[in-house]
Design a protein around this ligand. Structure first.
Ligand code: MG
Length: 404
C-alpha cells in the first residue's frame, strides 16, 4: 500500500501564468480584494516573486515596494476552480481512490504499492506540465501524513518518495510542527519537554506524553513511525465538536456571499454528523473582519440538529446578532458541539425536514462516491463563484459540479 499526496506549486499564480504565457518566468503576485487590487493582500505568488521576499497575506502596498516592477493580478476564483476540476478529473482516470483536500491538494491511495504510485505521479506531473501548463509536487510514502510531508519536502516541481526504511533518516531533523496536524499549541507543549524535532519526539517515551495529550499521542507516534492511524483520517479522538472555516479569496461585505459560505459549512457539518450518526445541540459562528477583528458567538438549540437546515437556522440566528452590515469579512467559520449519539426525533416530523433529509442523503451519497467537494447546493455554487454564469438553479436547491 502506498499513499500519494499531490500539491500544486504556487497554484493561483501558476494558473495566471498558464492562461497568460507572457507572464511565464516573471514575478507574479495574485491579489484578492473585493474593491480593488490596491487595497488587497497577496493571496499567492509565483516562484519568481518569492525571490523578492513576497509572502502570502502581505498587503499590496508592501509587496509593491519590494517588487516595484512585478506583475500584480486580481484573483479569478472561477479560473482556479476550473483548473482544480481538471486536476481532479484527470486523477480519477487512474482508477484509485482520490480525496480532494483543498483546491490544489489531493490524496491518492494506491493499494498496489510504491511502483504504481510513482508511475501515476510521473504521468500526472507530465500531464499537468504539458496540458495545463502548471507544475505539481507529489509525495509518496506509507501513510497519508508522511506523503504530505514528502510533498512539502519535494517542492517545487518534485517527486519525493519516503520509503519505510528511510523514514527516520528523512524526517528526524525536521521541527515537530512540520508534521501536518501539529499546531503551535502542541509544538509548545512538546517544547516544554525538550522535544523540538521529530527525531527527539521518536526518542521520547510515548507514555509520558499521554497525560498531556491523550489519545492524540497514538496518532503522533503512528504518523512518525509510518503506520496509518487505525481510527482513520482527521478525527484521532472522540469527537466533541466539529468546525470548518474558509478564508475568502476576496474580502467581502456581500451578505449573499457570506451566507453562501455559511451554507457550505452547514452542509459539510451535516454530512459529518450523518457519517458519525450524531446530532448536535450547540452552534458556533466565527467571523474575521478585514481589519483582523474577530467576532463570534454560540447558540444552544432546544432540539437535536442533524440536517443542514437545522444548522443553518442556528447560524443565521447568530449571524444576525453578530454581523455588522457593511463590514468587510475575510474569514467565515462555523462549528457545532454538544454532540450526542442519542438522536431524539424532532417532532412533529414535517414534510420540510423529510425533504431536507432526502437532500442530505443524496449529498452524502454523492460526496462519498465522488469526493467531499463534488456536490454543492446551487446557492452556494453561484455565490462562491464555483459555477460561473449559472443562470437557473436546479430543482430542490441542489446542483452538481464535477470535481471541485
Ligand atoms: Mg499548493
Amino acid at each position: 500500500m502506498a499513499e500519494m499526496f499531490i500539491d500544486c506549486d504556487s497554484f493561483f499564480a501558476s494558473c495566471e501564468q498558464a492562461i497568460n504565457p507572457s507572464l511565464r518566468g516573471k514575478p507574479v503576485a495574485v491579489v484578492g480584494s473585493a474593491e480593488s487590487t490596491q487595497r488587497g493582500v497577496v493571496t499567492a505568488k509565483s516562484r519568481e516573486a518569492k525571490k523578492y521576499g513576497i509572502t502570502t497575506g502581505m498587503p499590496y502596498f508592501q509587496a509593491k515596494k519590494l517588487m516595484p516592477n512585478g506583475y500584480f493580478i486580481r484573483g479569478k476564483p472561477h479560473v482556479y476552480l476550473d483548473f482544480s476540476r481538471k486536476l481532479h478529473d484527470k486523477l480519477v482516470t487512474y482508477g484509485k481512490y482520490v480525496h480532494p483536500c483543498s483546491i490544489d491538494e489531493f490524496h491518492v491511495s494506491c493499494p498496489e504499492g510504491y511502483e504504481a504510485a510513482i508511475s501515476i505521479a510521473e504521468d500526472f506531473r507530465a500531464w499537468t506540465r504539458n496540458i495545463l501548463g502548471i507544475t505539481v509536487t507529489a509525495g509518496v510514502a506509507d501513510t497519508r501524513v508522511l506523503a504530505k510531508l514528502a510533498s512539502d519536502m519535494g517542492k517545487p516541481d518534485g517527486l519525493k518518495v519516503i520509503p519505510y526504511e528511510d523514514i527516520s533518516k528523512e524526517i528526524d531533523a525536521l521541527p515537530v510542527d512540520d508534521l501536518p496536524g501539529i499546531g503551535y499549541r502542541t509544538a509548545a507543549t512538546l517544547a516544554k519537554r525538550g522535544v523540538h524535532t521529530l527525531g527527539e519526539l521518536r526518542a521520547f517515551p510515548k507514555e509520558l506524553l499521554r497525560p498531556l495529550m491523550g489519545v492524540r499521542v497514538d496518532w503522533l507516534y503512528d504518523s512518525i513511525e509510518g503506520r496509518e492511524p487505525a481510527y482513520g483520517w482527521g478525527l484521532p479522538f472522540k469527537t466533541k465538536s466539529m468546525s470548518n472555516d474558509f478564508t475568502l479569496l476576496e474580502s467581502t461585505a456581500d451578505e449573499d456571499v457570506i451566507k453562501a459560505h455559511l451554507l457550505m459549512i452547514a452542509d459539510n457539518l451535516a454530512g459529518r454528523l450523518a457519517t458519525e450518526n450524531m446530532a448536535a445541540r450547540v452552534a458556533h459562528l466565527h467571523l474575521r473582519y478585514t481589519d483582523f477583528n474577530d467576532v463570534g458567538g454560540s447558540f444552544t438549540i432546544g432540539y437535536d440538529m442533524t440536517l443542514t437546515d437545522h444548522i443553518m437556522d442556528a447560524l443565521l440566528h447568530l449571524y444576525k446578532r453578530i454581523y455588522v452590515p457593511g463590514r468587510s469579512v475575510r474569514l467565515v467559520g462555523a462549528g457545532i458541539s454538544g454532540l450526542t449519539k442519542e438522536i431524539q426525533l424532532r417532532l412533529p416530523i414535517d414534510e420540510e425536514s423529510d425533504i431536507g433529509r432526502r437532500i442530505r442523503d443524496v449529498l452524502g451519497d454523492m460526496s462519498s462516491r465522488f469526493g467531499p467537494a463534488s456536490i454543492r447546493r446551487a446557492s452556494v455554487a453561484c455565490s462562491t463563484g464555483m459555477i460561473a454564469n449559472m443562470v437557473n438553479p436546479l430543482t430542490a436547491g441542489v446542483t452538481i459540479s464535477k470535481g471541485l
